[in-house]
Design a protein around this ligand. Structure first.
Ligand SMILES: O=P(O)(O)OC[C@H]1O[C@](O)(CO)[C@@H](O)[C@@H]1O
Length: 543
């Protein structure tokens, strides 16, 4: 991958000039002037309809953003990504979550070995295991079939599987799937008090198998389980997903019960591997496979489509436009389905752990903005929570609105209301409400001139707030796969443009180290040297 400072490119300089022409443009005027605007800035692909016309862009902006992508050598970078080049340079690893959903006959080599056969082998194991748990042929230590599954993991070993399991709840079978992640003991104790050890399967999911939270939760659960069952029962109830077989064995999980994963899969991109075992158990292997299929289709689209028509590329470049030229610090993701209520949390890790970097690929501190802050909640709940700030606050918050033409239960009354809000919000954010419109409205209500003038400034909406609308036919495993892969590739593109390494996460280490030192001090009631704030806090805690 090339090493290019984006701000030194010709396209960046042109964009900086162009920004001055565009920054005060009103999107609604652009619509008035150009009847073809909506179709110009819409991409339709399979069951996905992406409308990005409600953005502060013109055709020239789009052209320049595409030039920037070209100048930053994005096409070559995409090839390096898909073909297994070690683009995670600080860990010297390829980044191959795409191999997990590649076609069976694909050839992707790591150290001269085609990894696809191994991937397929693990998938067959996932399938067999899933079927045996669902049909009840795999039994617990007293001969009963499993009713509950607990995924023990954190970060990428939790957020992806739990987001997808929630998203696909409609497709669930009889198994109840739970997630425990936080090292907060109240999380795990709250969960186990209602579980029957005879009918519960535990999946200990940890790429490294060294993560404090996961090891603590797994230990607590194993101790609880051991009190209620004979020693040999552990092998019937505990399964692990990890790259670290040694540590798994040391922990006491039968080696036969280990599903491997690989160093070339980043934790936050691992839901497509055996890390997604909980998903497969919850919705059945065929649905898991359909999820992968959706992602595979998005991979193809991303790899094979011209930059200007490429969905993840266009979304990424718009995000760069707001982040680096408009100084927008955050982006909201608003899914109009309750099923996707964990999507913002999932994307927080995927996006912020990947692109929250301030050192470029030369090891030099960047002098431009990188990773955006991500936040969101489902609509319509979010409308009654933080939309006030998006509509009338001082900050610019570009937002992705994600909706579906059909609901899953087919209640059209509700769905029409939901989607009316979906369309109304992006329109309101675009149009705003002018002083004239407010005056007219208040006059019609018979308000006195004096009262009207006092109220006027509070009732005006500036509008001109950018949104992308992502509309799918229906929330299915396949459409979800496409959606998640779309964001994964958006992350990749932004990392290329910002010239940073998106696939390491050194920034999470320091806190872990300090926590382990402080734990020792707390346990021994012996405080070491700290800043006076931390020292006082620790003293207060220990009192
Ligand atoms: O799967 P593991 O190794 O337990 O790691 C869990 C999470 O911890 C991190 O390394 C850091 O928070 C994430 O990247 C990862 O998803």
């Amino acid at each position: 991958m090339k090493n290019i400072n984006p701000t030194q490119t010709t396209a960046w300089k042109k964009l900086a000039e162009h920004y001055k022409e565009v920054k005060n443009l009103e999107i609604k005027e652009l619509f008035e002037k150009d009847p073809g605007r909506a179709s110009e800035f819409t991409l339709e692909w399979e069951d996905l309809y992406l409308d990005f016309s409600k953005n502060r862009i013109t055709s020239k902006t789009r052209g320049l953003l595409n030039e920037l992508a070209e100048e930053c050598a994005l096409p070559e970078a995409i090839e390096a990504y898909f073909t297994g080049e070690a683009i995670n340079r600080t860990e010297n690893r390829p980044v191959l979550h795409t191999a997990l959903r590649a076609a069976e006959d694909a050839v992707i080599e790591v150290d001269g070995e085609n990894v696809i056969s191994e991937v397929q082998e693990v998938k067959r194991r996932i399938e067999k295991f899933t079927n045996s748990v669902i049909d009840g042929s795999k039994k617990g230590y007293t001969g009963l079939a499993f009713t509950d599954v607990v995924n023990i993991g954190i970060g990428g070993s939790d957020l992806g599987p739990s987001m997808v399991t929630e998203a696909l709840k409609h497709y669930n079978n009889h198994l109840k799937v739970h997630f425990v992640s936080n090292v907060d003991g109240d999380h795990v104790h709250e969960l186990i008090q209602d579980l029957n050890p005879e009918t519960t399967l535990f999946l200990v999911v940890s790429k490294t198998f060294t993560t404090q939270e996961t090891r603590s939760n797994a230990t607590t659960i194993r101790n609880w389980f051991r009190k209620k069952s004979p020693q040999e029962a552990v092998s019937k109830h505990f399964v692990a997903v990890s790259t670290n077989i040694e540590k798994v064995e040391e922990f006491g999980i039968d080696i036969q019960n280990v599903f491997p994963m690989w160093d070339w899969v980043g934790g936050r991109f691992s839901l497509w591997s055996a890390v997604g075992l909980s998903v497969s158990l919850a919705v059945g292997y065929n649905n898991f496979e359909a999820l992968l299929k959706g992602a595979q289709k998005m991979d193809r689209h991303f790899r094979e489509t011209d930059l200007s028509e490429n969905i993840p590329v266009q979304l990424a470049m718009l995000s760069v436009w707001y982040n680096n030229f408009f100084d927008a610090e955050s982006e909201a993701v608003i899914p109009y389905t309750q099923y996707l209520h964990r999507l913002p949390a999932y994307l927080q890790q995927a996006i912020m752990e990947s692109n929250g970097k301030s050192v470029d690929r030369n090891g030099k501190k960047v002098d431009y903005q990188t990773g955006t802050l991500i936040w969101g909640e489902p609509g319509t709940n979010s409308q009654h929570a933080f939309f006030q700030l998006i509509h009338q606050g001082t900050k610019l918050v570009p937002a992705d609105f994600i909706g579906f033409k059909k609901s899953l239960f087919g209640d059209t009354d509700h769905h029409n209301k939901l989607m009316a809000n979906f369309f109304a919000q992006t329109e309101a954010l675009l149009q705003g409400k002018t002083p004239q419109e407010v005056i007219k409205e208040l006059e019609e209500k018979g308000m006195s001139r004096e009262a009207l003038e006092e109220l006027l400034p509070f009732k005006v909406f500036e509008g001109n707030k950018p949104t992308n609308t992502v509309l799918f036919d229906k929330l299915t495993p396949e459409s979800l796969g496409k959606l998640v892969a779309m964001y994964e590739h958006k992350i990749f593109v932004q990392g290329v443009i910002w010239n940073i390494f998106s696939y390491d996460q050194w920034g999470v280490e320091l806190g872990k180290q300090l926590a382990s030192n402080i734990l020792e001090e707390i346990e021994n009631k012996q405080l070491n040297d700290h800043d006076s704030s931390t020292k006082n806090l620790l003293k207060f805690f220990l009192q």
